[in-house]
Every structure is written in structure tokens, then in C-alpha cells.
Design a protein around this ligand. Structure first.
Ligand code: NAI
Ligand code: MG
Length: 344
């Protein structure tokens, strides 16, 4: 079997962290006898510099043919204030690939509990599944001087197609799924809840519960460990996933996957940006990108075994104290990458 991955290094620390992730992916695939084909293409500021377009057609065509896309980061002060912005490349690729499911694991690794701003975060390991292309961010908008409105609309199908993968993830983990809504007030949330209940019938091995978003915002800081997989609509997910990332305490470790319809390429990227303040110094933490590459193996290649291997190696390197500056250590990108490779 051959895996076909498009790599979009992008700007700032993007190329530094994707390089590390490529090395790790290559090692794991080699060990498993899998052929891995990677091709590099332009996105973001560097694409603007070279082609005038933050997402060249050529890049998009390569992505459409791949099993997955690994992205570093885009943007930086160089392109601020220009008429074309690097971030447009990111928005366009998400749209073009039809990525409606955003998956963000939130973990607190052993030995890094002190980075969390909350005291009971030890062992935190949850996954937030956020709907990415519907709801209030994409609804009808009216903007007047004195009155403005944003409409939150969901169809049952839009809910089903994101809730189903959340059930799959819950089934592969601890059989526990919490759907987050505001069903005591919003009609769109009542549709969300009814639809989640209907999908639950296909997953008898998963226990579905519901929580209101305002309560969940509190739970995430008071007892986040009571949860395992959360699924929610676009805006609630935007807010809760950032809250959860803050609870975990380290932006350089956080990974994400954005998926569309089954069989289409997903986008795998660390949640951090291009970190212009440290770009080019070789000190960026590549763990977020490496863990995103692991998500590619899990969701894009159905190789849970290889994804877990990478995660265990990252976990072990961190536990051994091989820490980059953002985690309070002095290891550079190459050192943490080598420590992870050694463990593979
Ligand atoms: P940022 O995530 O790039 O950096 C925030 C802080 O965290 C900085 O101090 C940075 O040094 C540190 N940091 C981030 N990732 C790190 C890593 N892997 N290792 C060590 N330290 C790390 O966010 P910021 O500064 O708000 O944005 C910088 C640029 O990135 C902007 O142009 C922004 O638009 C863009 N951006 C791009 C994103 C993407 O490509 N998905 C997401 C967020 C921002
Ligand atoms: Mg956000």
C-alpha cells in the first residue's frame, strides 16, 4: 500500500515543524513496510511571494489527489496589510476540501501538569469534535448601523455528518460521547440534540449524554477529566476548543485534523501559528505537527497502530524531559525530533 501525502510547509516555523513531522512519518512508515510519497507545495505568504496567490491552483490540484494534507502554518508580519493575505489560502483550502469536521485532541502530558493553569488537569485526555462549515459563522447576515443579525442554521444532514465521526471516535476510545448545545433556548440546538439521539441508535456501544454549552465552559475548568469526546456546533466548538487548549497549557503540543466526506483528503495541522518571533532559529516545538501527522495515519490511512506508536514516542520523550523552550526546557527542534525518532 502507498500513502500519498501533500505537505504544505507555509511560513515562519511551518517548514521547521513539518520537516520534523516528515522525518517521523518516514521512519514509522518504513518500519511498517508502507510506501510513503510526500510532495511539497506552496501555501500562504510564500505562495503569495512566488505566485501572487495564497493558494495556487497547482497546490489545490495536488491536495485533491492525495490521501491527506499536512500543513505547517501561514502568515507573518511581512504580509500584514497587503491586499492578498496568507490566511486566505487556509480558508480556501478548507472550503475546497469540504472540511466540515474539526477534531482537536486536548492532552496534558505526564511531567507537564504544571503548565496547565488549572490544578486538576493531570492526565487530561479529551477530544473536541467541532462542526466547521455551518451555523452562525456561515448564516445569513444583516448589518445595519443600529441593528445587525447573524443567523444560525443547521440541517439534520449537516448535524449527522459531523456527529457520526464523533461517535466513531468515541467508540474507538472509551465509549463516551457528550454532545454540547444550547437546547434550552435555541431551535438549531434542539435539532442538533434530536439528530444526535437518532445517530446514537447506530452506536449502541457508545453512551451519549448532553450538556449545555455554558455549563460545559465551567466543567472544562472545574472537572475536565469527567469527559472524553465532545461534539458541538461551529461557534460553541470554536470557543470551547480554545478554552480547552488553554487548560492544557501548551500551544506547541496541540494537533488537529479537519475531515470532509469519507474517502476525501483531510487536512492535518498543528493549532499554533507561524510564530514569527522564533522562526528560523530551529527552536520551535515540532510536537503539534508530529501529533498531527499521527492523526493523518489514524484518520487518513486507518493505521491506528502507527498513530499510537508516534503518540507514545512523543509522550515518552516529553516524560524524559526533552523539552523545547515553550515547555520550559532548552532542547531545540532537532533534539526533540531525534528523541522521538529514537523511541520509534
Ligand atoms: P502563534 O501561534 O504563531 O504564536 C503564539 C506564541 O506561541 C508565540 O510566542 C510563539 O513563539 C509561540 N509558539 C507557537 N507555536 C510554537 C511552537 N510550535 N513552538 C514554540 N513556540 C511556539 O500565534 P500568533 O503570534 O498570534 O500569530 C503569528 C502568525 O501566525 C500570524 O501571522 C497569524 O495570523 C498566523 N497564524 C496562523 C495560523 C495557522 O496557520 N493555522 C494559526 C494562528 C495564527
Ligand atoms: Mg478560535
Amino acid at each position: 500500500m502507498t500513502l500519498n501525502l501533500v505537505v504544505l510547509p507555509g511560513d515562519g516555523i511551518g517548514p521547521e515543524v513539518t520537516k520534523a513531522a516528515e522525518d517521523v512519518l518516514s521512519a514509522v512508515c518504513k518500519g511498517a513496510g508502507l510506501e510513503l510519497k510526500m510532495s511539497h507545495h506552496l501555501i500562504g505568504g510564500i505562495a503569495i511571494d512566488e505566485t501572487g496567490n495564497p493558494l495556487p491552483e497547482e497546490t489545490l490540484a495536488a491536495c485533491a489527489d492525495a490521501q491527506g494534507v499536512l500543513l505547517g502554518a501561514v502568515g507573518g508580519p511581512k504580509w500584514d496589510g497587503g491586499s492578498v493575505r496568507p490566511e486566505q489560502g487556509l480558508l480556501r483550502i478548507r472550503e475546497a476540501l469540504g472540511l466540515f469536521t474539526n477534531i482537536r485532541p486536548v492532552r496534558v502530558f505526564e511531567g507537564l501538569e504544571h503548565l496547565s493553569p488549572i490544578k486538576n488537569a493531570a492526565g487530561l485526555d479529551i477530544v473536541i469534535v467541532r462542526e466547521l462549515t455551518g451555523g452562525i459563522y456561515f448564516g445569513e447576515r444583516q448589518e445595519g448601523d443600529e441593528v445587525a443579525s447573524d443567523l444560525c442554521t443547521y440541517s439534520a444532514e449537516e448535524v449527522r455528518r459531523v456527529v457520526a465521526p464523533a461517535f466513531e471516535i468515541a467508540k474507538a476510545r472509551n465509549g463516551k460521547l457528550t454532545s454540547v448545545d444550547k437546547a434550552n433556548v435555541l431551535a438549531s440546538s434542539r435539532l442538533w440534540r434530536r439528530t444526535a439521539e437518532a445517530v446514537a441508535k447506530d452506536y449502541p456501544e457508545v453512551t451519549l449524554s448532553h450538556a449545555l454549552v455554558d455549563a460545559m465552559a465551567m466543567h472544562l475548568v472545574t472537572h475536565p477529566n469527567d469527559f472524553d469526546v465532545l461534539v458541538t456546533e461551529n461557534m460553541f466548538g470554536d470557543i470551547l476548543s480554545d478554552e480547552a487548549a488553554a487548560v492544557s497549557g501548551s500551544i506547541g503540543l496541540a494537533a488537529s485534523a479537519s475531515l470532509g466526506a469519507p474517502g476525501t483528503p483531510g487536512l492535518y495541522e498543528p493549532i499554533h501559528g507561524s510564530a514569527p518571533d522564533i522562526a528560523g532559529q530551529g527552536v520551535a516545538n515540532p510536537s503539534g505537527a508530529i501529533l498531527s501527522a499521527a492523526m493523518f495515519l489514524r484518520f487518513g490511512a486507518a493505521r491506528e497502530d502507527l498513530a499510537s506508536q508516534i503518540e507514545a514516542a512523543v509522550e515518552s520523550a516529553l516524560k524524559a524531559g526533552v523539552l523545547t523552550r515553550d515547555l520550559g526546557g532548552d532542547a531545540n527542534t532537532e533534539e526533540i525530533t531525534s528523541a522521538i525518532l529514537e523511541r520509534l
